[in-house]
Design a protein around this ligand. Structure first.
Ligand code: ATP
Length: 689
């Protein structure tokens, strides 16, 4: 930490002007001159801090330029520019003959160096205004977007404009960027490390709850002392303490940012999250099971708790309090959308929680928001909750009262709890967040989940299950309390079963086997619902003329992300829904086309129109069948046939899920296998009887 160059220069470019591209070029020059990881990280950290302080809107394009990408890896934007376009542009701008240019290429081999040399002797008569970071990024996007006839010529024109305006090292790094080879040692992890350190050291001024760490820290004089070079021993002691704290903040910020990035590699969202304060984590998900027996088999002898699976909306609640006592609250959906403005009553609840616990500084909790009867707190259905307005709700207008059932705690007072076993997280949750029925007008309730621990007597888990069946909840969530080892496969010879470790830690973005869900519907044998994407439809007949019916639904291929048609659905829709559906997907619009233009795999289905995939629907079916028409899950259970859903029925639109959260072909195949298992079990039981 002593070697970090903390001081950033004041006003590195004229105040209130956009950050110049020369600043990125200069950073890249510095990076290209070293192989030291420390220097690389320090240089990047200071580069990003300077942008954060003097021109935050350049931060995102700078991250893309430094990493030589234009977009997240999962939706790549390609420049689509060949070396000949670049050479032609260099030649045109520099005025060199092809032979002279060839000599330069032979001498260095790097197009950036060639361009630098070619332009170095050129005098420009009319000075060009300096290139700025955002303009360079925008030009690259423009290049990527040019398609069709004459594209190369148009791309060349944009490159030439950039080259004419570029000066000195800008020329070298622009061309290296265009050639997709920066030749610097800045790799993704260094950029993420630098980004998190920059955020710790120079948080943007509008960041209310930076990384969910208490914000008072950033104005702490100790930190300011630590960031200056240490000169005398007398200062060292004070600085040593603050140094530890800075290092702790670094490691917290780095682990958060990196964890988020590996699961959600998108600088746009991460930077937006950092600015807004509080990065939400992708939630842990549960694995479906069919019976308590299956749960016992899967968890072996380990202790677990059974919790009510409430039927509401999942919420990740971030709360923090600054040194003046001001409370910041953000509420994220399962899909990480910010829904703070939908729940002013929960914001008010969190304020009450802070008011009643003076030692509480910040937290991130996982919870289910459930509609309740305000008089006695009894549960209401999900439908009631979905009647609430979505945005900018005034607390006075809240008609549907809610209760927050907190079931997990991921961060408490600056400490990340993800690696702690569930038993510890739960106990911190229970101690720090006791039930509250706030006196505050309109505030939501807070309650602990109804639960039963297997240690209280496994035999009584059944009773608890019956209680769940009779109540207004979806079933049970069974959660492992402590990390341990579980049977690798089910076997009748229990002593010969191989074991595998199963952690009881919080596993962001995983469908973990340490959380098992047992839905009433499963056990009552209708099967789990699927989350499918509408990708096409046929023109309706009779009463449904003028509407889309049936509708073609797709699962997501887990490996490629392709959407693959699985079944036609024509039941469960109301007339109102059909009407709205038609307005969301009007014929011959940008969401509905007669030609297949959104790259979905329709197999043997031949719909009249194709929809732009943009919604996820919960669908329930009678069972999963082998199908000669569907290509879904082809190869997973049969080499010649795909899987389809019999008697699919629409349940609801899952606004909280995006296409990436749609059920996968793997999930469908698992359902089919589960069903086969059940058939066999039933047959076996029959034989025994
Ligand atoms: P589903 O479609 O069944 O709601 P999902 O894909 O949204 O499932 P799962 O992991 O399968 O998510 O089921 C867990 C969901 O159940 C959570 O997302 C949460 O919204 C809800 N839930 C209700 N009560 C609990 C609880 N006690 N613990 C965990 N999750 C709960």
């Amino acid at each position: 930490i002593d070697t970090l160059v903390y001081a950033i220069h004041e006003e590195p470019w004229p105040a209130n002007t956009a950050a110049p591209y020369a600043f990125i070029a200069h950073t890249l020059v510095t990076l290209s001159e070293t192989r030291s990881r420390i220097v690389i990280i320090n240089t990047l950290t200071n580069c990003l801090r300077t942008l954060l302080r003097y021109n935050p809107s350049s931060l995102l394009p700078a991250l893309y330029l430094l990493s030589n990408t234009l977009s997240p890896p999962y939706s790549p934007i390609e420049l689509g520019i060949g070396s000949s376009v670049i050479s032609k542009a260099i030649q045109h701008v520099s005025g060199l003959t092809p032979a002279a240019l060839k000599r330069l290429y032979n001498a260095s081999g790097d197009p950036g160096d060639v361009a630098f040399e070619a332009k170095s002797n050129l005098r420009t008569l009319v000075p060009h205004p300096p290139l700025c970071i955002t303009a360079v990024y925008d030009s690259l996007i423009k290049i990527a977007n040019v398609k069709g006839q004459g594209a190369n010529k148009q791309k060349q024109t944009i490159v030439e404009k950039l080259l004419v305006a570029a000066k000195g090292e800008e020329v070298r790094f622009l061309v290296r960027t265009l050639s997709m080879n920066l030749r610097v040692g800045a790799v993704r992890t260094s950029i993420l490390t630098a980004l998190s350190r920059a955020m710790v050291l120079t948080p943007p001024s509008n960041m209310s709850t930076p990384l969910s760490i208490d914000s008072s820290y950033y104005t702490n004089p100790n930190l300011l002392a630590a960031v200056k070079p240490l000169s005398t021993d007398s200062k060292r002691k004070v600085a040593d303490e603050s140094r530890d704290r800075v290092l702790a903040k670094f490691s917290l910020a780095e682990s958060l940012v990196k964890k988020v990035f590996v699961q959600h590699p998108n600088y746009d969202h991460i930077v937006a999250g950092l600015f807004e304060g509080g990065i939400p984590l992708h939630p842990t998900l549960g694995s479906p099971t069919r019976s308590l027996d299956e749960i016992y088999d899967r968890l072996g002898d380990l202790s677990f708790t059974a919790e009510f699976k409430y039927d509401g909306q999942r919420a990740q609640i971030h709360g923090s309090k600054d040194k003046d006592g001001q409370v910041f609250v953000r509420i994220f959906s399962r899909h990480l959308e910010d829904m703070t403005s939908k729940y002013p009553d929960i914001v008010s609840l969190v304020k009450c929680v802070f008011a009643s616990s003076p030692d509480l500084q910040c937290f991130i909790m996982d919870a289910e928001i459930v509609a309740i009867d305000p008089a006695h707190g009894s549960l209401k259905s999900f439908q009631e909750l979905s009647n609430r307005a979505r945005k900018d709700v005034n607390i006075q207008d809240v008609k549907v009262a809610v209760c927050v059932f907190a079931f997990d705690l991921m961060l408490l007072n600056g400490e990340i709890l993800l690696e702690r076993p569930f038993r510890e997280r739960r106990s911190l949750l229970r101690v720090n967040f006791p039930p509250q029925i706030p006196k505050e007008q309109g505030a939501a309730r807070l309650d602990q989940v109804d639960s039963f621990d297997s240690e209280e007597g496994r035999g009584h888990v059944e009773d608890f299950w019956m209680k769940a069946v009779e109540s207004r909840c979806e079933g049970l969530m069974i959660k492992l309390l402590d990390s341990g080892e579980v049977p690798e496969e089910f076997s009748l010879q229990k002593d010969k079963v191989k074991k595998k470790p199963l952690p009881a830690t919080y596993e962001p973005d995983k469908r973990t086997s340490a959380w098992l869900k047992l839905k009433k519907d499963y056990v009552l044998s209708i099967g789990d619902s699927l989350d499918l994407v509408p990708i096409g439809a046929w023109h309706g007949n009779g009463r449904k003329a003028g509407w889309w019916s049936p509708i073609l639904l797709a699962v997501r291929e887990s490996t490629t992300g392709d959407l693959v048609a699985v079944c036609k659905c024509m039941s469960g829709f109301s007339d109102v829904f059909y009407r709205e559906m038609k307005s969301r997907f009007p014929e011959d619009s940008d969401t509905c086309s007669r030609l297949p233009q959104w790259e979905c795999i329709t197999g043997g289905f031949d719909p009249d129109v194709y929809f732009k995939p943009r919604e996820v629907w919960e669908i329930r079916g009678a069972d999963v069948t082998l199908s000669p028409v569907s290509l879904a899950a082809m190869g997973l259970v049969s080499q010649t046939r795909g899987l389809s859903l019999r008697f699919p029925r629409f349940i609801r639109v899952r606004d909280d899920k995006s296409i990436e959260h749609a059920s996968t072909s793997e999930f469908l195949a698992d359902m089919w296998r589960g069903q086969q298992g059940k058939v066999k079990d039933d047959q076996a039981c029959g034989a025994d009887d």
